[in-house]
Every structure is written in structure tokens, then in C-alpha cells.
Design a protein around this ligand. Structure first.
Ligand SMILES: Nc1ncnc2c1ncn2[C@@H]1O[C@H](COP(=O)(O)OP(=O)(O)OP(=O)(O)O)[C@@H](O)[C@H]1O
Ligand SMILES: O=C(O)C1=C[C@@H](O)[C@@H](O)[C@H](O)C1
Ligand SMILES: [Mg+2]
Length: 180
């Protein structure tokens, strides 16, 4: 089989990075996060890329990094919240197992209370901005998703298990966890 076993998409703070890492660990496969790949390739942080080059240039970087990641990644790949909104990036996702992490606003508000480094949420009212972006992106997310998972149902590991069930992925036997 070629390509990632699962690509995680969804709104900011849905848990794409945390759940993706937990899912890869459960499956015993590599994990890659598109934001981290972009930072690695650019040698700069995401806020710095936004400040230096602006959002459109970041989206082009993101789409290029996605093509490379899909070609090389055989494990779990988590995207940034805005990645699927680029037409080229969206077509890169076609025919892949794409998991949409769905999340409610109250849960996000709790998670964002601890978060920094999200230039798309800068300004006076990050939750209003989150709501606006989530609404504007929802239809595109749903159009690309082969599976939709409630990302508020428990810990990242619990959400990872729900993905394993939904996609009927195989995981290495861990006898001590068989009763979960
Ligand atoms: N299932 C979960 N239960 C509790 N906390 C979670 C869960 N998933 C994620 N978190 C926490 O929420 C915050 C955001 O998670 P994470 O960075 O994984 O989201 P993301 O979807 O990758 O966001 P972004 O779009 O900004 O990359 C982190 O502090 C993380 O620890
Ligand atoms: O939702 C977004 O537009 C973003 C989400 C993050 O993962 C980063 O990719 C960046 O901060 C932009
Ligand atoms: Mg992330």
C-alpha cells in the first residue's frame, strides 16, 4: 500500500497533532505533522513565516509540503487547520483515507486557553475568529473526509482508538490492553 494510512484534518485545536501522534503510536507506524514539516523545511516558526511572507505564501508552502509528505509518508499524517482550503492541497488529498476531527466550540475554548503561536487567531477575540474560520471551512472539510470522528470523546488515545475502529486499521497485539 502507498500513501499515509490516515490523514487527519479539522479545525484548529481539534487535536490533529495530539491524536495523530497517539494513532501512530497505537499502530506502530511513523507520524508526521505538516506544520512541523513546514517549520523544518523553512527553518522558521509558523508565526515568523506568516509575519515575513504573509498567509498566501504560507499556503503555497503548505501545499508543496503536503505533496512531498503524501509521497513519502507511510504512517499517520496530521495537517494544519487551513491546509485543505488550498485547491491544490485538496486535490492532493483525493483518494486518501482522510479523517475529519469534529470538535465543539466549548472544548476548543478550554484548549485554546493554553495555546499560543496560532497567527490565524491573533487579535482581540480568538474564539470569534476560530468560530468564523471553522464555519467557513466546514463544508470543504466534510467534502474531503472519508471518515468523521468526534474529537471531544476523550483523551487523544481514546480518539485514536475510535479512528482505528472506523477505518478498521490493524494494530499490533498488546495483550495487556485487550480489555480496554
Ligand atoms: N483529546 C484531547 N483531550 C484533551 N486535550 C486535547 C485533546 N486533543 C488535543 N488536546 C489539547 O488541545 C490542544 C490543541 O491540540 P493539537 O495541537 O493537537 O490540535 P491541532 O488540531 O493539531 O491544532 P492546529 O490546527 O493548531 O495544529 C493541545 O494543548 C492538546 O494537548
Ligand atoms: O488553521 C489555520 O489556518 C492554521 C492552523 C495551524 O495548524 C497552522 O498551520 C497555521 O497556524 C494556520
Ligand atoms: Mg496541529
Amino acid at each position: 500500500m502507498t500513501g499515509p494510512v490516515a490523514v487527519l484534518i479539522g479545525p484548529m485545536a481539534a487535536g490533529k497533532t495530539s491524536v495523530g501522534r497517539a494513532l501512530a503510536a497505537r499502530l506502530g507506524v511513523p507520524f508526521a505533522d505538516l506544520d512541523a514539516l513546514i517549520v523544518q523545511e523553512a527553518g522558521r516558526t509558523i508565526p515568523d513565516i506568516f509575519a515575513d511572507e504573509g498567509e498566501p505564501a504560507f499556503r503555497e508552502r503548505e501545499a508543496r509540503s503536503l505533496v512531498r509528505a503524501v509521497a513519502h509518508q507511510r504512517g499517520v499524517l496530521s495537517l494544519g487547520g487551513g491546509a485543505p482550503m488550498h485547491a491544490g492541497a485538496a486535490s492532493t488529498l483525493r483518494d486518501l483515507p482522510v479523517v475529519l476531527l469534529e470538535i465543539d466550540e466549548e472544548t476548543v475554548a478550554r484548549r485554546l486557553a493554553h495555546g499560543v503561536g496560532r497567527p490565524m487567531l491573533s487579535g482581540e477575540d480568538p474564539m470569534a475568529r476560530w468560530r468564523e474560520l471553522a464555519a467557513a471551512r466546514a463544508e470543504t472539510y466534510r467534502g474531503l473526509a472519508t471518515h468523521r470522528i468526534d474529537a471531544a470523546l476523550g483523551s487523544p488515545d481514546r480518539v485514536a482508538l475510535a479512528i482505528i475502529d472506523a477505518l478498521q486499521l490493524q494494530r499490533p497485539a498488546r495483550p495487556q490492553e485487550e480489555t480496554e
